[in-house]
Design a protein. Structure first.
Length: 215
């Protein structure tokens, strides 16, 4: 008796082809009063199932394409400020600061990084310009005194004892070194090349004035 109280479902041949059926017994207490059977062509169910699967596949593909497009846009949004920052860093490393990285692109972390880099680069540029201005001013201020000192040293050679010529050479060489430091683009001739004209070079004192006797 219990087997009549259970639902039945399956597939069976029908007059127009295979059919899918579901049978549900109608009971009253322990008595079976009847049964309800629903049948449907198997081909229609298979066709409908295929359409649903194709629809799900299309929706899944659209979701994947949308996710890929969103990922590409997000990657470009994040990597563009990084590329701008890389170019600005390369320019700064080469000694020139051209285009500054934009501080209004990308996530907040990259924006703060770009703003910090810009402030640091501008600060370095100002320091370099100040250093160059100081070096140029120092070169201008030192050039004339060093030239006068060298002329005085050259004019002292004829009146000095030969034993102190080595010390004089060292003093002139040190003056040349300081001159090159103060004027990197210039070249001062070696002392021995100019010493041949020292006898005809006037010192800062008037020409013809008496020279002190050599010790």
């Amino acid at each position: 008796m219990h087997e009549y109280h259970q639902r039945a479902a399956g597939r069976r041949p029908g007059p127009t082809g295979d059919e899918l059926f579901v049978t549900v017994p109608a009971t009253s207490g322990q008595t079976v009063r009847g049964a309800l059977r629903i049948t449907y062509p198997a081909e229609a169910v298979s066709s409908r199932t295929g359409q649903v699967w194709w629809l799900l596949a299309g929706v899944g593909l659209l979701v994947l394409l949308a996710a890929a497009a969103l990922a590409v846009a997000l990657a470009r949004w994040m990597t563009r400020p990084v590329r701008e920052l890389e170019q600005a860093t390369a320019q700064l490393a080469s000694g020139t600061l051209g285009t500054l990285p934009p501080a209004d692109l990308g996530p907040p972390e990259l924006r703060r990084l770009a703003a910090t880099f810009t402030a640091t680069a501008q600060r370095l540029q100002h320091l370099i310009e100040a250093q160059r201005a100081f070096a140029a001013d120092a070169s201008h201020q030192l050039k004339t005194p060093l030239t006068a000192l060298r002329l005085r040293l050259e004019n002292l050679e004829p009146d000095l004892d030969p034993r102190v010529h080595a010390s004089l050479d060292e003093a002139v060489a040190e003056t040349d070194r300081l001159t090159r430091m103060a004027r990197p683009s210039g070249r001062s001739r070696p002392y021995r090349e100019r010493s041949t004209r020292s006898s005809t070079t006037c010192s800062p004192t008037p020409c013809g004035s008496p020279r002190p006797a050599a010790p």
